[in-house]
Design a protein. Structure first.
Length: 281
């Protein structure tokens, strides 16, 4: 049975410059803790959108036993420059670890769940966790805390240097640094789940989620891919699709973040059984 969910909105978790950073906490009532954490990042092309758009997804994940936190990050303006969103997400990860006891969070079970531009930021934050030279700016709240996350769920993310360079107006070197696909073969990413519609005209699935999935798989990384027939960008707004995708995300995180030993034991047994059956044919 799903848990009842309570919401703690507009909680300040840090300050960047003079701008407070806020998040909304969705908490499963009476779920045994410490709780696995999903930090949920909205889309909007890095320049629009806000965390309130993540209410349905956050409620769905919290109902499944996660401490679901919809994170606000700085939007790009004439006064806020790239890569401010990446700094803010890394700050959110460090803050969860620093404040884990009061939040009721498990600091060893933190995942990023991002949508569109938020998925791009999630992948970059995960790929460059702890880097001393890449996206390491910002005010560095709780600097001693690790930025490493245990998994990422990326909904329809732009990942190529060509697309990122165009969308963020970056020069080639900066575009390559900001392109998640450039990190896929390096073994620096945790388990990644991609979710993408095959009818996406803004960020086509082939050059983006599918391409990065292939590179990660060839590099021996843990990755899954969910393709949804003929669905457009931000297909989660369609009836029933948030519920379907929240189930997919929770299942992936349960296997690779929350109960990996249990799943690995069952997987090894299943592989041995099927290998024996195949050998007996």
């Amino acid at each position: 049975m799903p848990y009842e969910v309570t919401v703690e909105p507009d909680q300040q978790f840090a300050t960047e410059g003079s701008q407070p950073l806020l998040w909304d906490i969705y908490r499963p009532v009476d779920a045994p803790g410490p709780l696995p954490v999903t930090l949920i990042l909205h889309g909007g092309g890095w320049r629009r959108g806000d965390r309130s758009r993540m209410a349905e997804a956050a409620t769905g994940l919290a109902a499944r036993g996660y401490l679901a936190i919809a994170v606000g990050y700085r939007l790009l303006t004439d006064e806020v420059y790239w890569p401010a969103p990446v700094h803010d997400v890394k700050t959110a990860v460090r803050t969860v670890r620093a404040r884990a006891p009061e939040l009721g969070a498990n600091p060893d079970q933190i995942a990023l769940v991002g949508y569109s531009a938020g998925a791009h930021v999630a992948l970059l934050a995960a790929a460059t966790a702890g880097s001393a030279s890449v996206f390491a700016g910002g005010d560095r709240a709780y600097d001693s805390q690790s930025e490493v996350v245990g998994a990422v769920a990326a909904f329809f993310p732009p990942v190529t240097k060509e697309r990122i360079g165009s969308m963020l107006d970056l020069k080639p070197n900066a575009a390559a640094q900001a392109a998640p696909l450039e990190y896929a073969s390096r073994g620096v990413l945790p388990p990644v789940l991609f979710l993408h519609g095959t009818g996406d005209p803004l960020v086509p699935h082939g050059p983006h989620s599918l391409a990065m999935f292939d590179v990660l798989r060839d590099a021996g990384s843990v990755t899954d891919l969910r393709l949804y027939h003929d669905l457009p960008h931000e297909f989660v707004r369609l009836p029933g699709m948030t519920e379907v995708t929240v189930h997919d995300v929770a299942s992936f995180l349960d296997r690779h973040l929350v109960h990996p030993e249990e799943f690995t034991t069952a997987l090894d047994a299943a592989k041995a059984e099927w290998a024996a059956r195949a050998a007996a044919r």
